[in-house]
Structures are given as C-alpha cells and as structure tokens.
Design a protein around this ligand. Structure first.
Ligand code: 13P
Length: 252
C-alpha cells in the first residue's frame, strides 16, 4: 500500500463526453505531482472514454452490483466496469445507502464482488447530523465498518475507507480538524481489530466539502491519508488545487 496521499474525485451523476477535457487536464497535471496518487470515478458511461484519455491516474466506478452477471436490468457488475477500464470502485456511498436503501450487508457483498473481479475498493462510511448530535457518530461508523468491510485473507491491502459525514457532503460545512482526527483514529482502531496488523496501513480518506481552500488543514489531520472529493473534482482547476495542497503537505 502506497504512503502517498490518495486524492479521489467522485463525479457522481455529472459528466458527458464534454467533460473529458477536464479528465485529460487532471491527468496531465498529475504527471508533475507524483507525490500524490490521483484517481477519478466518473459515471459508468464515461469510464471507458476517461480511461483512454488518462495515462497516469486510476479510473474507477462509483458502484457495482454484487452479482457478476445475470438478469439485473440496469445494473452493472464489477467485471464489466473492470473491462471498461476501472481498477477500483467506490461502494457504500451515503447517497446510495439513502437513495437505494443499501444495507451494510449489501455494501459488503459489493466490496467482495469487486475484490473477486481483481479490483480494489473504497468503502464509504459516515454518520448523519442527527446521529452526531445524539453522540452516536463513532458507534454508527463502527457498525458500518464491521458490517460493510470485506473480510478474508490479504484483503486489507485492496481496501480504502472513506469517512464522509453525511451532513458535510455538498453543504460547505466540515467537521473541525480535531473531530476529523478523532474519528479517523477511531476508524484506525476498528481497522486493526478487523484486519489485525494489516489494518494499520489501510488508507482512510476524508470526504465532505473538501475544497482547495480547506484541503491542507483537513489532509494534515490525524490518520487522514487522502480525500474523496465531490463537487470540487468536477473541474481540473479546483481539483488540482486540492492535489497541489496534498503535494505541498508531503515531505521530500
Ligand atoms: P462534496 O465534496 O461535493 O461535498 O462530496 C463529497 C462526496 O460525497 C464524495 O464522495
């Protein structure tokens, strides 16, 4: 597992071929910022075209179905996105948990399907505002980790966790650096209890209103190994601001 900060753009349901120029610009700039590992997760429809544009950055999917194929109209499997050029997938994003009623058990099945197809996974967790206000944030995240993370031998090195508090997504609000550090330390403990020693090197990304202006301080918080970026990954200009902040935070 690389120690470089991992900065991943999640384009969500945004993007037509007109946006390939942004992907190309991000990829070209990433060549000059090799201290950072950069990845983009465009919608399914752009995976293949983005893979062809990009020489350096990893391309991933935003979701996969747990089955490898079959009668599942409208769904897409891990082996299909891999064939289109994806090397990783996001699973368990809070928008999917909310919009599609995805449970921890389903997220785990999806993660295991991605691993079986030879991909790596980013498993998302995070509490709602009510859960944080009720003092339940750590318990909720612990339950999500136990229920959603894939298990098995040599799995940890293929797994990244993204902590995305639901109330910080697309709102411009972020937790304090102290709160981010506290939650990431809690996630690290859980990872070590689930994966043993291998849990110490699983990367933990922060996601939720990361922007060029706040990236440096969020990336410097305890146990933060990168960022999962929504809105600010949609243009090369703002995404590069975050990638540069990550590169500047790295010692030579
Ligand atoms: P924003 O960066 O737009 O808040 O989205 C975060 C996110 O959900 C990334 O997966």
């Amino acid at each position: 597992m690389s120690n470089r900060p991992y900065i991943v753009g999640n384009w969500k349901m945004h993007g037509t071929r007109a946006m390939l120029a942004e992907a190309r610009a991000i990829d070209r700039a990433a060549e000059r910022l090799l201290k950072v590992e950069v990845a983009l997760a465009p919608p399914f429809t752009l995976i293949h075209a983005t893979r062809k544009e990009a020489e350096l950055i990893a391309i991933g999917a935003q979701d996969v179905h747990p089955a490898d194929g079959g009668a599942h109209t409208g769904d897409v499997s891990a082996s299909m996105v891999k064939d289109a050029g994806a090397s990783f997938t996001i699973v368990g994003h809070s928008e999917r948990r909310a919009d599609h009623k995805e449970t921890n058990a389903l997220v785990k099945e999806k993660a295991e399907a991605a691993l079986a197809a030879g991909m790596s996974v980013i498993v998302c967790v995070g509490e709602t505002e009510e859960e944080r206000d009720a003092g339940k944030a750590e318990a909720v995240v612990a339950r999500q980790l136990t229920g959603s993370l894939p298990t098995g031998d040599d799995v940890a090195e293929k797994v990244t966790v993204a902590y995305e508090p639901v109330w910080a997504i697309g709102t411009g609000r972020t937790p304090t650096v102290e709160d981010v550090g506290a939650m990431h330390r809690h996630i690290r403990e859980k990872l070590e209890s689930i994966y043993g020693e291998a849990g110490a090197s699983v990367r933990i990304l922060y996601g939720g209103s990361v922007k060029p202006e706040n990236a440096a301080e969020l990336l410097a918080a305890d146990e933060v190994g990168g960022a999962l970026v929504g809105g600010a990954s949609l243009t090369a200009e703002s995404f590069l601001g975050i990638i540069i902040a990550a590169a500047e935070g790295e010692k030579d």
